[in-house]
Design a protein. Sequence first.
Length: 385
Amino acid sequence: MKKILSAILLAAITSSAYTQKPNERLTRLEEFMQKKSAVRISHRQLNCTGRGIEHQWYTWFSEVTSKTPHFNFDEKISEAARQRVIESYDSINAARHQRVVNMLDSIRLTFALLGKDASESYTYEYHKGDIDTIKYTLAFREEGDTLLFPPATFTYRWELVSAREIANFDYSRGYDSWQEGNVEKGQYTHLYSIPNGITWDDMKPFDIEAFEAQIEPVLKSFKKLKGAKTYPVYWRHDEGFKDEVSKDGGLIQMTESSKKPSLGLTTGTHYFIPAKHKEEAEELYKQLIALAYDYINNHPEQPYRYKFTSHFSYINLEDVVEGVDYGDDDDEYFLSCMFDNDGYHILSLRNKGDRWVPCDYAILKSYINGEKVYLKGMEPKEDKK
């Protein structure tokens, strides 16, 4: 299996590197932000626009620094002790702000150095008192690439037609009354496209059966682990039924379809592996995503979205592979993974219409228009009779 995995990884790397690589300065910036600033860089590969293979790097951060902290001190506390608490609080806020400053310095330098080499660039900064705004854009074009809307005053984003590479950064700092302090927010996006000569009209539907056959050997290995189980998935909502993603709603995720809005059916298989198999589960996960990546790179004629990951996501259900619907009657496909305190979850799903993920999906036998049927022995205490 290790030899097969190595071959798959090599093939995946080779197939994705048949043209020049993304800008090296931007790549180094992303590595710096992830390692030094502890922000998570999300990297996706897409083939669902008819413009070739697209890579997207994205991160978002937010830090809060209170200017006037409020404490409910006991009247008996000494002034010296009170001051030490405030100074400690101020020290934490100063450290948070410094992390942002370090990141801003690196971003500012990178965009400034690349500005002279870019086909087009845009820079805007405003600073007054505790209010800061920064907006940067870089675009790198090759012959034949076009941009739909060049930036005007105070506009920093372009709508892409076929620009080969583009990077955006947006930052703001100001007082937030709800947070009772200064809030610093930043959003960074880097897009890079690789033309492959396949237009949308030349593409074919995502082959769900072929993809499932590709990953089946690893799923069988998961099922061999002691205590591993499989459950059927059946989530359905009919037209006219309403549910929502909220504290009192029944959903954790809602994805609308442009083809058949307001109704949906999701079916498939839920694989569960107990938490005690941590090492085996993580090792098998690497094999799973390698097989998935090998499939999409060998089928550029099929529309997909792929998220680069190295391990199971904690709590949040991540869509590692999405087979995008191509025709009006085609099903979508989702390979979704996560782990919680109980263990590891892998969902191989077909979807038609809107996709609604119910809150208790991990312990549900079915969800039909809000009515939940739990797996035997997994009912919440209040539902047990």
